[in-house]
Design a protein around this ligand. Structure first.
Ligand code: 5RP
Length: 251
């Protein structure tokens, strides 16, 4: 189970390549992040995910902090960036118990399918992301087009595990024919470890999410299929496409 960090397969456009209209991947991420501003509810608490695409979104929030002064965050990193931008970071428990709404949660993804089910956790923040998403209304996913796939599983599936259970969980994954690797040198915000699991063709994401989630020692599996995104903002060199979930057998 120990060994080098699993390196996901490279996909066209994901390594900062220039696209045919001269937009690189960061420019596409920024375009998706900007588009998300149109889907927020002014004055309400914003749910904020984690990752490089979300970092651009946090910059935009900072520019418009008069309209969107407060947020609930899914990682220590995002919290720090939000504070740098002058956006107040609220405690999720206080927001929920006071009855305040979080109408929209904005986050990136490592992969997203046509049903808007996702693999997340490339940055290791999957557990808090799933918590904040569950506490929020609409999940608005911001991605560049390289994240769109027909079938989830090309990107190694992150699973946050309690350290003492890594061997047990890893053995179950091996028995399924998958290849788990401990993410070397990485500790989550919750003090746990991540297994990156290659070799899964995930044809029924919601079933697999429900299955793995109930294994002893698993904190969170990085499948976001039981509650997929309500809307994906997909940045392409031609513009940002709005995609709603298509029905599929991937339940
Ligand atoms: C972090 C995540 C991110 O949303 C995901 O890894 C995408 O990140 P990026 O926008 O940097 O490509 O799930 O845990």
């Amino acid at each position: 189970m120990s060994g080098p960090k699993f390196a996901p397969l490279k996909t066209p456009g994901r390594q900062g390549n220039r696209y045919n209209r001269g937009m690189n991947q960061d420019e596409l991420k920024r375009a998706a992040a900007r588009a998300a501003m149109d889907h927020l509810v002014e004055g309400e608490v914003v749910g904020v995910g984690s990752g490089s695409t979300v970092n651009f979104f946090i910059e935009e929030l900072g520019r418009q902090r008069q309209r969107f002064p407060s947020a609930v965050s899914s990682s220590e990193r995002s919290s720090a960036l939000l504070r740098d931008q002058g956006v107040e970071v609220l405690d999720l428990n206080q927001v929920v118990t006071s009855g305040r709404r979080i109408p929209v949660y904005v986050d990136g993804a490592d992969e997203i399918n046509p049903s808007l089910q996702m693999i997340k956790g490339g940055g290791g923040a999957l557990t808090r992301e799933k918590i904040v998403a569950a506490a929020s209304g609409r999940f608005v996913c911001i991605v560049d087009q390289s994240k769109c796939v027909q079938t989830l599983g090309r990107f190694a599936l992150p699973i946050e595990v309690i350290p003492m259970a890594a061997g047990l969980v890893g053995a179950r994954l091996l028995a399924m024919g998958a290849s788990p690797r401990v993410r070397a040198g990485f500790v989550t915000d919750n003090g746990n470890m991540i297994l990156d699991v290659a070799g899964l063709s995930i044809t029924e994401p919601a079933l697999l999410e429900a299955e793995i989630n109930q294994w002893p020692g698993v904190v969170t599996v990085g499948l976001f299929a039981l509650k997929p995104a309500a809307l994906a903002l997909v940045a392409t060199p031609q513009g940002v496409e709005l995609r709603e979930p298509q029905a599929s057998g991937g339940t």
